[in-house]
Design a protein around this ligand. Sequence first.
Ligand code: TXA
Ligand code: MG
Length: 344
Amino acid sequence: MTIILKVDAKKPSIAAIKKAAAILKSGGTVAFPTETVYGLGANALDSTAVKKIFLAKGRPQDNPLIVHVAHRDDIRMLAKSIPKAAERLMDAFWPGPLTLIFRKKAIVPSTTAAGLSTVAVRVPTHPVANLLIREAGIPIAAPSANISGKPSPTTGKEVINDLYNRVDAIIDAGHTYIGLESTVVDMTSSPPVLLRPGSITLDDLQSVLPHVETHMVIHGKNKRVVLARSPGMKYRHYAPEAHVIVVEGDAAKRPAKIQELADSYHKQGKKVGIMVRHRLKYAADEISLVGDPHETVARRLFATLRDLDAKKVEVIIAEGVKDKGLGLAIMNRLRKAAYRIVRV
Ligand code: TXA
Ligand code: MG
């Protein structure tokens, strides 16, 4: 049986947080909100506890977990050395949606690191996440709280849908703020490399460290090279049940292409949903607006894919955005979810 703890995101009940923290301390699993997406947490230093996360999600064993700590100083316990460049990123962006990768100390079990010699760490800002980690008094390993391969959950309800009766507790604090997972930067190489784009953009990173590089997989090229670098990159992600067709390119030409594709799938007898940015005249079985600006698209993206799935569409035609700023993170997730990419 899973305990559901409903809390106010800004002023969570201390009793509820203490209950969840006690479960974590005794080796159990708790799903909780962060500013990005919900995470499924367990004691990062207890390999038996961490195994429960992999089991609950159906996550491949070779995909390492992010370790969440309450305070920047806590990373000393986990990381072998902390490069100057990392200190500068932490000054600028912690606490917040930025994950940094360091060489790990022996205290981090190989289950958490999935056999790698490195550890990924972040300090979340969400009041619930921060209080929970503080109260538990241990580093918390937490991947996104979805069944492996599904879009990351951005509401408590989605977590309950995926993980009810698979975990010990779920803290439901409504909608997360950002909607896409944290930016991941590998600090073990020089120059540091952006492995997963997020709401802290490449421009943000380069304003602090001009030499940060992007990994090519981020742009959807050359998938094979990356396997050793970030195991998570090789898996299909964020994919709803329906086939996602992403339409990218010239903004002026996208609407006509979206309608043309919707019509052709419809003619094949398919139930078609479209996910578009502006309220134009479209004909489809389901129409979802993800809106404007990019922050809104990011916040709604995963929830919209899940909603369209719940409406049992067979094809989702999704409008892309420009690959700049936060758009890079949005397109990275959409392309990973894609069955087919159409450029206009
Ligand atoms: O916003 C987030 O980061 C959320 C919340 C819950 O904090 N967590 C999250 O975790 O998205 P997850 O497990 O869904 O994604 C972690 C990504 C994976 O792609 C994984 O392969 C990569 O980070 N990663 C973790 N440890 C790594 C390491 N040592 N080296 C390279 N990549 C690593
Ligand atoms: Mg994930």
